[in-house]
Design a protein around this ligand. Sequence first.
Ligand code: ZN
Length: 242
Amino acid sequence: MKLLFVADLHYTLKQFDWLYARAADFDAVVIGGDLLELAGALDIDTQIVVVEKYLARLAGRTRVLVSSGNHDGDARNAANESVCHWLRDAKRANLYVDGDSVEIGDALVTICPWWDGPETRADVLSLLERDSAKAKKKWIWIYHAPPANSPVCWNGRKAAGDECLSEWIARFSPDVVLCGHIHNAPFYKDGSWIDQLGKTWVFNPGKQIGPVPTYLILDFQLSQVQWSSLEDEHTREIAIKA
Ligand SMILES: [Zn+2]
């Protein structure tokens, strides 16, 4: 099983074009949140229409798994927390979104939405509890924010990760967590694109300008993961312990 993983495209359409060109080579393309850009020149409704078209085209080439990030909210719930409705509405054949769990090869992939407060955080925990009860050989989470206390959340000044995610990783021990959110973590001396917490591998591909996003290729047959950016390219072995 081979996955292509990116996050934080922030409405960089040339990077969506690049994804489309590469998609057919993979069993799935994973986008780990922040597809839109809240501070962009275009209003969010227009961005949503365009990104929905890209996702539909991508889903014509391979399976596409997409989680929301903090830039993707288009509504607020009763507790006034930001929520992402458009992505759930965009769901179609081959396109899996927040709240879905997807079987790919021998892996179960859980797609976690961005949480913005106690209510949406409780929803994420319910999702993880639901999927923890399912039979699976490998468990992969898509989760926009990186865990706390890890170089994958280093923002140049401090570790800026999600404490709840760290707790949930310790509790559920997934095999792989695909994150994003802290754009420069892979580029700092004290940061990284890869880390291991207990038996769980965590990744943050980072973000760069230009037509090619920073990306990860996860090859579960070879137990290898490759990170590519304009600056650098690295390959690491990742043994997944059963
Ligand atoms: Zn971002």
